[in-house]
Ligand binder design. Structure first.
Ligand code: TRH
Length: 388
């Protein structure tokens, strides 16, 4: 019989934590036939990315996953055989104690944040004994190389994207009152944290010679957009025109519909972790805003991905992508936004080609769900071997 799995997710802020935990849970059920419980402490955040989630249910089955509300204090629960602690979220003390009296104890994994930094491979898979209890936690690091935990991606992702691009994109645009893009039009999706570089980017789009349509799902960037437009508010459905720029405010989309937006646009501004990975799998150009951390620690993360991503791009295109990303992340060593945008536009065709090549190359890192299941099965086998 296949092992049972518990995944714990504490929503720090935003949607990345629950977004990743949910993607993982769905993948484990759908592709590996596992029995998965997903414990989430904020069902409201969860419902934003997956509207079928009921916010008042302690237990609900969704897409084959048993979704459980993580309350404090935590009700007595028999631990699963595999326990995933997403992003060091700290398991409930009573649950940890229950894990420690099981024989053999569960395989306990801390799923870490993704980074392209080189140290990730060295730390991937390392054990850490609990200071008091007879338990070992293993660190599982997602990453961009085969010696890491790989990247989250569904087995049929490329196929679904190809079908969408071939035959479903027109219907996707229609639901927002839009036709397919004109030949010279650039469609851009914008998912960002508040960003001082945003007004100058909008100004650059206003002055474009070709139409730019920017699609913005509701979120943190809306007040900044409203201020730039000098309007009191920006509810979903509003459309504003300034010069060559047409701004469409969209409702916050379901996780799957957001993928469609990424697949349909010619350029995607993404942030944090999950949307960044999805933009890469979309095989479209993207600009990444790393999750801001104290003392600009996120610049290391951004630099690492930027150098990896631009490694095989020609000089001027690489420079255009780097400058755009660095400027968008507040690094001070770049020209102004107008210049960054013009340089990006001048190299757009190469950058587009590269996005497809990069997406193919990403596969070499392996799929996170497969790698996690292999890692866990290996630990389970060792456990059986040492506890006959
Ligand atoms: O929401 P985020 O800023 O999450 C962040 C990061 O994960 C960061 O690493 C973490 O430390 C911090 O939270 C606490 O960005 P991210 O990771 O892209 O997650 C957004 C999720 O929301 C992703 O699963 C896609 C989803 N989404 C939708 O479902 N609909 C939408 O309309 C949009 C824009 C996003």
């Amino acid at each position: 019989m296949r092992a049972t799995w518990d995944i714990f997710c504490n929503v720090v802020d935003n949607y990345g934590d629950v977004g990743i935990a949910w993607r993982l849970a769905r993948g484990l059920v759908r592709e590996h036939g596992l029995a998965v419980r997903l414990w989430v402490d904020d069902l409201h955040a969860f419902q934003r990315i997956w509207p079928a989630i009921a916010t008042d249910a302690d237990h609900q089955r969704c897409e084959g996953v048993l979704v459980c509300a993580w309350h404090t204090p935590f009700a007595t629960t028999e631990p699963a055989q595999v326990v995933i602690e997403a992003f060091g979220c700290a398991l409930p003390e009573s649950y940890l104690t229950a894990m420690s009296v099981q024989s053999p104890p569960p395989v306990w994994i801390n799923l870490e944040y993704l980074s392209a930094e080189p140290w990730v491979a060295e730390h991937h898979g390392l054990p850490s004994p609990h200071p008091r209890l007879p338990l070992i936690k293993y660190f599982f690091f997602p990453g961009y190389t085969p010696d890491t935990g790989g990247l989250l991606a569904e087995a049929d992702l490329a196929e679904r994207r190809a079908i969408f691009v071939r035959s479903e994109a027109a219907a996707f645009w229609r639901q927002f009152g839009l036709g397919v893009p004109q030949a010279d039009e650039l469609r851009v999706s914008l998912f960002a944290y508040e960003n001082p570089a945003l007004p100058a980017l909008l100004d650059a789009w206003v002055s474009e010679t070709r139409p730019v349509t920017c699609l913005v799902p509701e979120g943190r960037v809306i007040p900044q957009l409203a201020a730039w437009l000098a309007v009191p508010g920006l509810p979903a459905g509003e459309v504003h025109r300034r010069g060559a720029l047409r701004l469409h405010i969209l409702p916050f989309l379901s996780q799957d519909a957001y993928d469609h937006l990424l697949w349909a646009c010619g350029l995607n501004f993404v942030r944090g972790e999950d949307s960044c990975v999805r933009a890469q799998w979309a095989a479209r150009p993207f600009v990444w805003q790393a999750y801001p951390q104290a003392d600009a620690a996120h610049w290391d993360k951004m630099n690492a991905l930027q150098s990896r991503y631009t490694e095989s791009l020609d000089g001027l295109a690489a420079r255009a992508v780097s400058a755009m990303w660095r400027h968008w992340n507040g690094v001070q060593d770049t020209p102004g936004m107008a210049e960054c945008w013009d340089a990006w536009r001048a190299r757009q065709a190469e950058i587009e080609r590269h996005a497809g090549v990069w997406c193919e190359r990403l596969r070499q890192a392996g799929r996170l769900t497969d790698k996690l299941v292999d890692f866990v099965e290996n630990k389970l086998e060792c456990r059986v071997f040492s506890n006959p």
